[in-house]
Design a protein around this ligand. Structure first.
Ligand code: DX5
Ligand code: ZN
Length: 221
């Protein structure tokens, strides 16, 4: 199974965004994770199409856009145009998940669904075969630098069974509190894609940290 490391630029220094993205590339990052927050679905406000467009100019790496917004469909077109590779929407605000997933794909992007720590996995059961990406939150979304919620491990195990059982090829991503202490357990539970913000950008050597996180998965393979 591949190990994908997706640095979250939420924790980057935006005055030096070009250098921060270059550092991610130098460290071997697989995807760049962009956290879009609207101050409604989550109690924090971040960025939109303009920043996605900027990141697109700075790198050829896939851009993994995590939409923590209500009515995410309002942004699909502009984010696809801005250069998003994939868009992941929260089941808690996606009453028409089937249609929304189809629309993201129609725009030529990878389509993902996200579940918060308290959302039953059954929320994605009926569409899991259509997903390119299933994201299990291991913190309550809204802020970087929070502590990993341990119930994510069992949720990842069940999500892995659900993906395999549906015969689907969805990537299984985990987001929140991923660091040297938590990543290997997530990998063993079936995750293959790891978002990390604080752990990478606050490390003494951020580029090396990407490799260190990856190595912890490989060691336990
Ligand atoms: C949280 C975001 C995460 C966040 C992760 O709402 O979805 O992507 O940036 O940050 P860390 O790795 O610091 O927990
Ligand atoms: Zn995120």
């Amino acid at each position: 199974m591949p190990v994908r490391i997706a640095p979250s630029i939420l924790s980057a220094d935006f005055a030096r965004l070009g250098d921060e993205i270059a550092m991610c590339e130098a460290g071997g990052a697989d995807w760049i994770h962009v956290d879009v927050m609207d101050g409604r679905f989550v109690p924090n406000l971040t960025f939109g199409a303009k920043v996605i467009e900027t990141v697109r100019k700075l790198t050829d790496l896939p851009i993994d856009v995590h939409l923590m917004v209500v009515e995410p469909e309002n942004y699909f077109e502009s984010f696809a145009k801005a250069g998003a590779t994939g868009m992941t929407i929260h089941t808690e605000v996606a009453p028409h998940l089937d249609r929304q997933i189809a629309r993201i794909k129609e725009l030529g992007c990878l389509a993902g669904a996200v579940v918060n720590p308290a959302t039953p996995l059954s929320a994605v059961e009926e569409v899991v075969g259509q997903l390119d990406l299933l994201l299990i939150m291991s913190v309550n979304p809204g802020f970087g630098g929070q502590s990993f919620i341990p119930n994510a491990i069992d949720r990842l195990r069940r999500a892995r069974r659900m993906i395999d059982g549906a015969g689907g090829g969805a990537a299984l991503e985990v987001d929140g509190g991923i660091n040297r202490a938590t990543i290997a357990d997530c990998w063993r539970a079936g995750a293959d894609t790891f978002v990390a913000g604080n752990a990478i950008f606050s490390a003494p050597d951020p580029a090396a940290e990407i490799g260190a996180l990856r190595a912890l998965c490989r060691q336990t393979a």
